[in-house]
Design a protein around this ligand. Structure first.
Ligand SMILES: [Zn+2]
Length: 73
């Protein structure tokens, strides 16, 4: 017995990792968890360049550590 009414699946909203704005995390958002195609491409580009940079440089000088992610409660 499928009762309809209050059984509507809630849309999950997440924070876009690229711009920090709201993004829908469901089938209606092909760029999830990003809010738009622009943000997704931007993040992929940044990730790729970062990977290249790290791969091409020898990590011997270790005084430039990446910032730690903020602690979450
Ligand atoms: Zn965004």
């Amino acid at each position: 017995m499928n009762r309809q009414g209050d059984a509507a699946p809630p849309r999950k909203r997440v924070t876009c990792p690229a711009c920090g704005g709201p993004a829908w995390f469901d089938a209606g958002n092909p760029w999830r968890p990003f809010c738009s195609e622009r943000c997704r491409n931007h993040d992929l580009g940044a990730w790729a360049s970062e990977t290249y940079r790290v791969a091409s440089e020898a990590p011997e000088a270790d005084d430039a550590q990446p910032p730690a992610p903020p602690a979450r409660h």
